[in-house]
Structure formats: C-alpha cells, structure tokens
Design a protein around this ligand. Structure first.
Ligand code: ADP
Length: 180
C-alpha cells in the first residue's frame, strides 16, 4: 500500500482493526440511535468500554449523513467520531450524498476540534450493504475535496477490514496527489 500526499496531508490505506489505531480520532460507522450495534460499532464499544455508551446516551442520536464526536475512553484513539452512513436501498434514496456527507462531517469535526489524524472505516459497506467499489470512490474523493478547508488535518487513514476493500480504496487513492 502506498501513501499519497495531498497538500500537507498524508493519506494511506491500511488493512487492520480500527480499534487498534493510535490516532486523534477514529470514525465509527454507527446507527442513528448512537447506542451501539454490530460490526465496527460493536468492536469500538467493546474496546472503548461502557463509558463510551454512557456519553453516547447524552447525545440524543444523530441523523443519517451527520456525525457527532465523543472521547475515546479505553481506546488508543483520543476521540470517536460517530458517523451515520446510509442504508443502501438501490441508490435512489440519496445514498451517495449521505455517504459523502459522513466523510465531509468527519473531516469538519477534526478541524473544529483541532485534530490532526483520523482513521475512517468503510462506512455503510457492511450490514448497510452499500456497494464496496462505489463507496470507496465516494470515501476517497470526498476526503480529498474536504482537506483544503481543514489544513490542520495532516494524516488520514482509510482503515479497511479486508484486503479486497483495501485494494478498492488504494486504487482510488492512487489517482490523487503524489506518492510519499
Ligand atoms: P455499516 O452498518 O455502516 O455497514 P458495518 O460495521 O457493518 O457498518 O461495516 C462497515 C465496514 O466496517 C465493513 O467494511 C466492515 O468489514 C468493516 N469493519 C468491521 N469491523 C471492523 C473493525 N474492527 N475495524 C475496521 N473495519 C471494520
């Protein structure tokens, strides 16, 4: 996997468990209740401990396409950005725009909280069934487009859970910026 430079930021694809990453924020593919679920959401809550759920209970949920930030508690990551990806219904219900909005809001929350490093999972590509190739294009392009407005964000990790997902993201990333 080759990292790419976009302005001052280093973007890279990693295939690993996102709960192991020591970054300023990891992004959670949460559901609108913010009260936990399966997949990456379950793994993040398990690793962060019950304090995370306690803070999430105070947030009154979150709309699809939006995101809210909490502390990271027992995670190596300092914060968790809980983004609500769209459920895939075939593509005619604003799924692309909602997915893009998750990545944009993630970068915006990094900027407004002065966070420099962030890792995103492949939001909506698990239980929510968003096609993985289409999601990878939206993920990478949206982050690249959002970075100029967030110059303090200097490291972005696309944290994939399978080698196939990693390859899809790397292929898109290779079309932006320069190698580093
Ligand atoms: P969604 O409901 O948004 O589809 P899922 O958690 O079901 O959320 O899946 C989102 C993506 O996260 C999938 O690509 C899945 O393989 C991946 N994933 C699951 N567990 C982890 C983990 N511990 N670290 C990183 N990615 C994960």
């Amino acid at each position: 996997m080759t990292a790419r430079r976009i302005g001052k930021a280093r973007l890279e694809v990693i295939v690993t468990d996102i709960t192991t990453l020591r970054v300023d924020a990891i992004v959670n593919a949460a559901n609108s209740s913010l009260l936990g679920g399966g997949g990456v959401d379950g793994a993040i809550h398990d690793a962060a401990g019950p304090e995370l759920l306690a803070e999430c209970r105070t947030l009154n949920g979150c709309e699809t396409g939006d995101a809210k930030i909490t502390k990271g508690y027992r995670l190596p990551a300092k914060h968790v950005i809980h983004a609500i990806g769209p459920i895939w219904y075939g593509g005619d219900r604003g799924e692309d725009a909602h997915l893009a909005s998750c990545y944009r809001r993630g970068i915006e929350l990094c900027r407004s909280n002065n966070l420099a490093s962030v890792a995103f999972p492949a939001i909506s590509t698990g239980v929510y069934r968003f096609p993985a190739d289409r999601a990878a294009k939206i993920a990478v392009k949206t982050v690249v487009d959002a970075l100029p407005a967030a110059p303090g964000v200097t490291q972005v990790i696309f944290c994939c859970f399978s080698p196939q997902s990693g390859e899809l993201h790397q292929e898109v990333l290779d079309s932006f910026g320069s190698p580093c």
